[in-house]
Design a protein around this ligand. Structure first.
Ligand SMILES: CC(C)(COP(=O)(O)OP(=O)(O)OC[C@H]1O[C@@H](n2cnc3c(N)ncnc32)[C@H](O)[C@@H]1OP(=O)(O)O)[C@@H](O)C(=O)NCCC(=O)NCCS
Length: 214
């Protein structure tokens, strides 16, 4: 078994620990060695029977472990991934055993796909992408590094989600076309329940049906 550390100690981090346990029960080779928390008052404690470390102590005790960044905010995740890489960690990629996907799906390092999601075909996910519970991702979709789908997001075919964009719970993106994808710009935020029907510019927050800038 390969040890894995989970950077983060919030609700999603505990969910990722469960994901790793589910994968191990189905023959996966990862075992959670600890959570990492930047709050020193939590160091030396445990969370759901898993020890909590700071980065330095984790590096000393589990330097050979792989890392997963289990923080939903894309900007924070990017910062923690850079710190982890600088400390010498490499990253795991984890997929819950209930996920359905074809062999025509590429996943980057650090990417996490949660229970109940379906990814069809000719899909590319970059590094440190999060696909939370019960999402669907259609054909020819691209999710760049640090893109984030909250639970129940539906991404249709020919959609391009740029670096660090965040789609809230239950958001829907209608389909683009070959050579003319619907694009969610880098760092954009799509509010929970929004329906995206056209491109979203970088850095803009959109809400509602149809989604409009707030
Ligand atoms: C869109 C979002 C990012 C806006 O956050 P915010 O900037 O803090 O916005 P506020 O809560 O201050 O709300 C500002 C206004 O937008 C409205 N609003 C907020 N979110 C909305 C949404 N998803 N759809 C429609 N309107 C929304 C609020 O009702 C409020 O309207 P008002 O000014 O008429 O009262 C946030 O509400 C959201 O949807 N985040 C996604 C959360 C999520 O999915 N989490 C999953 C965790 S696993």
């Amino acid at each position: 078994m390969q040890d894995v550390l989970i950077y983060g100690a919030g609700g999603f981090a505990r969910e990722v620990a469960w994901l790793v346990e589910c994968a191990a029960a189905k023959g996966g080779d990862l075992r959670v060695a600890g959570f990492l928390d930047d709050d020193p008052t939590h160091h030396g404690t445990s969370l759901n029977d898993i020890p909590v470390f700071g980065l330095d102590a984790a590096t000393a005790a589990h330097g050979g472990a792989a890392m997963l960044i289990a923080v939903g905010n894309p900007g924070t995740r990017e910062r923690l991934a850079a710190r982890s890489a600088a400390a010498g960690f490499r990253f795991a990629t984890v997929v819950h055993p209930s996920v359905e996907m074809s062999r025509w799906v590429e996943l980057g390092e650090g990417t996490i796909i949660c229970a109940g999601s379906t990814l069809t075909t000719n899909i590319r996910l970059g590094a440190h992408v999060h696909v939370n519970l019960d999402c669907t991702i259609g054909h020819d979709a691209v999710l760049e590094d640090f893109a984030t789908l909250a639970p129940g997001v539906h991404v249709s075919g020919h959609v391009h989600i740029e670096r660090g964009a965040y789609l809230g719970t239950g958001a829907v993106v209608i389909n683009g076309e070959a050579g003319r994808p619907i694009t969610i710009g880098a760092g954009a935020v799509v509010g929970a329940g929004a329906v995206v029907t056209r491109d979203v510019p970088p850095g803009v927050t959109v809400v509602g049906v149809p989604a409009r800038a707030r």
